[in-house]
Design a protein around this ligand. Structure first.
Ligand code: URA
Ligand code: SF4
Length: 196
């Protein structure tokens, strides 16, 4: 195993045994992340839903099908990107993540980003967008997602410059063709980041 794989494995082992918030008691499987450890694009969702909780795979239900379709539309395979969430364990009945749970869990995501060193992070939905903008000192840029979706933010990280793009959560496109076309358009912006 090389260094990147080893470091991600350490994160995984810690999440599997994590009791830092009470969600470990009600979840079935933790959902750590899936995809290329050398991804140029990392997607961050909110938290596992019921399909994810059963399989341990992020975005494997209805939202996941939409995400895969959006990636297809720009010629990128799921295996080429890395997909994970703010929370690694499912909140009961898909309730919203609580602040204390995000605070307890967030270091895992931070480490995943530091290890993978993506060119760009796609923040899916409001939770991911607010978290990631705050984390990189762009808290003053936080606005409703209808205002900032599709915008690129440049940030400095320990591994150099990284970009962030705020995107609607794929779930909003499930029953709304309009949203689906907005998402499709925003995904076009991502295309070039997967190139060399
Ligand atoms: N919604 C999310 O935010 N994440 C998942 O993994 C699935 C649905
Ligand atoms: Fe640990 Fe995160 Fe699961 Fe809470 S949600 S138990 S902090 S892995």
């Amino acid at each position: 195993m090389n260094k990147i794989d080893e470091k991600l494995k350490t994160v995984k082992d810690e999440v599997v045994n994590c009791h830092k918030c009470s969600l470990f008691k009600t979840r079935t499987l933790p959902v750590i992340g899936q995809g290329s450890h050398r991804a140029k694009i990392v997607f961050i969702g909110e938290a596992p839903g019921s399909s994810e909780d059963k399989t341990g795979i992020p975005f494997c239900g209805q939202s996941g099908n939409i995400l895969t379709e959006l990636l297809d539309s720009i010629g990128i395979r799921r295996e080429d990107v890395y997909i994970c969430n703010i929370l690694k364990c499912r909140p009961p009945n898909n309730r919203n993540p609580q602040t204390n749970e995000i605070e307890a869990c967030i270091s895992y995501l931070e480490r995943q980003i530091e290890i993978i060193k993506p060119k760009i992070v796609g923040a899916l939905g409001n939770y991911a967008t607010s978290y990631i903008l705050k984390k990189y000192n762009l808290g003053d840029k936080i606005q409703g997602i209808s205002k900032i979706h599709g915008k690129i933010f440049k940030v400095k990280t320990s591994f150099g410059e990284m970009k962030i793009i705020s995107l609607y959560h794929p779930a909003v496109a499930a029953y709304n063709a309009n949203m689906r076309s907005v998402l499709k358009k925003d995904f076009q912006i991502l295309k070039k980041y997967n190139e060399k």
